[in-house]
Ligand binder design. Sequence first.
Ligand SMILES: [Zn+2]
Ligand SMILES: [Zn+2]
Length: 361
Amino acid sequence: MRALAVFREQQDVRVIDVAEPPAPTGRQALLRVLEVGICGTDREIAAFEYGDPPTGSDYLILGHEAVAEVLETGPDVTELRVGDLVVPTVRRPCPDSGCRTCRIGRQDFCTTGAFTERGIKHAHGYLTELVVEDEQNLVAVPPQLTDVATLIEPLSIAAKAAEQAQAIQQRLPWQPDKARTLVLGAGPIGMLGAIAMTVTRFDTVVYSREPADSPRADKVRELGAVYVSTEQTPIEKINSVIGAIDVIYEAVGVPTVAFTATQALAPNGLLILTGIPALNEPATLPIDRIMKDIVLNNQAIVGTVNAGRSAFELAVQKLEQAMYLIPHSVRSIITNRVPLDAGPEVLKQPHGVKDVLRING
Ligand SMILES: [Zn+2]
Ligand SMILES: [Zn+2]
């Protein structure tokens, strides 16, 4: 069967032939991969910036934003049936018996860093025809979400952020009934974050560099969110344009933007960081004023990476809601669908918001 592999040593990305997986045992399921979404992580791995093959392999099979169909189940599978649609989680636990988070299945909070990630770190991904996966790593998806289910993995980032925001804001002595949210960045993570927020009926502003009359800005407005372009409003002026914000969801990976945006944060507000910045020369920021405001306003800053099973389940719910309320907007996130053979080309050159590779079906 075919697979899209990255050979980091040889600096090559190509479709190769690999052996089919063995029949599933125990709690495993054999899956037929339908589609896999491509993101910045895949592009960085395909540019040989990082990404580690499994031990003993000279290549890494790419792909972590997958949707698949159950073909066969092992004898101890209890939750899944043949024909079910599933989305796999990405991170697998580290082997350290002292890592409490991994031992309770919350490897998204792993404390040792020795976790593996399918398609990223020491484990093959899903850009292949058949895979075997344990059912505890598979989240069932209703069949009506088939054509948008590759969005569940990137949406799980926003879902984990929502879980974290809810947990952190338990600190408040009362629970506000409405929130104003600001999304920094209109890439796939930002757009999906904005979808999750607007279907939760939060007033949402998206701030990004595309012009206010661009197709991307139109997509934001179709969600029912407000779009503000960096072209008209520099980040230093953002609070005078949009007013006080309860939660900022950062999806742009630019520290000066993220931390300057805190001046729009309302008292008791929360800044959630999801972007991983390039390590550039030190930047200048009024860090004294930023710190003073955070302290005097009881504000919190949190980083969040990857997602646990509960966040994937929440992402399925949010996607169902979004497909009920704004199906056109959700579908428009996927701007390009191509066969596996086109993978190496698509990895070099993004087409619109989200590229998806079709494997089977
Ligand atoms: Zn991704
Ligand atoms: Zn761990």
